[in-house]
Design a protein around this ligand. Structure first.
Ligand SMILES: C[S@@+](CC[C@H](N)C(=O)[O-])C[C@H]1O[C@@H](n2cnc3c(N)ncnc32)[C@H](O)[C@@H]1O
Length: 227
């Protein structure tokens, strides 16, 4: 399923019901680096896994101030938990696999657990809905993980962060689960991590692109012949 952004966006933004996507977008605006198109894509894809009844929790690696976390939480349904991973210390050092421009971002995007709590609560989350794992992925991924993951939003940009995220959570994802990689079309290291992951794991995903930056795929999906 590929979200049809322009018409869907127009329709959603025109709704006046509280808690609809347009209101949600407005509420999270100061808490996210994602534009409305990418937020709508998250919203559409999480609704898709709900409709297809894919079993598992939701994982976001790279939360910053929690705007995209709040959209995922609002869409995920009461039976799921949202697992949020971030250092809250800004972007880590880059590696040789990242481009030179990436070095300028080291230490940028620092936020706090408080920022994330604030927007989650403002958009209707209860404490039971989410788990925040603060720290570098290298450490926080060693703590207990979700049993199954229905949707993974990987928004961590650098080669090492992205490949570690994919290698940690992909084995927990059932067939039909959705992986979203933000900034696939922006950061070379992020894209290289995806290709290296695929090569190492023998994966050949049907990669879909959303706008200039985002990419996603449905695990195990082999073609789009049926829509
Ligand atoms: C682009 S921001 C996330 C944007 C966010 N999803 C939003 O809605 O605006 C990337 C985040 O990834 C986190 N990050 C990147 N690599 C990490 C790592 N190895 N361990 C922990 N956090 C990491 C950074 O702290 C930063 O908050």
């Amino acid at each position: 399923m590929r979200p049809k952004i322009p018409s869907a966006l127009k329709r959603l933004l025109n709704k006046e019901k509280p808690n609809d996507f347009g209101n949600l977008c407005q509420a999270v605006r100061d808490h996210t680096l994602l534009d409305t198109e990418r937020l709508l894509s998250l919203w559409t894809l999480i609704n898709d896994i709900n409709q297809r009844e894919v079993i598992g929790d939701i994982v976001e690696c790279g939360a910053y101030k929690g705007g995209s976390s709040a959209v995922l939480r609002a869409g995920m349904g009461a039976h799921r938990k949202l697992w949020i991973y971030d250092s809250f210390q800004g972007m880590p050092e880059t590696s040789q696999r990242d481009c030179s421009e990436a070095k300028n971002w080291v230490g940028e995007c620092a936020a706090s657990v408080g920022d994330v709590l604030k927007i989650l609560q403002a958009t209707g989350a209860s404490d039971a809905d989410f788990i925040i794992r603060e720290g570098w992925f290298q450490n926080s991924f060693k703590q207990a993980l979700p049993e199954k993951v229905a949707l993974l939003h990987c928004d961590a940009d650098w080669y090492q962060s992205v490949i570690l995220t994919l290698e940690t959570f992909y084995p927990l994802m059932p067939k039909g689960a959705c992986v979203i990689i933000d900034d696939f079309g922006y950061w070379e290291g992020c894209r290289t991590a995806y290709y290296d992951f695929c090569q190492k794991w023998g994966e050949r995903p049907l990669l879909e692109r959303q706008g200039k930056f985002q990419a996603y795929w449905i695990k195990g999906k082999e073609h789009n012949r049926n829509g």
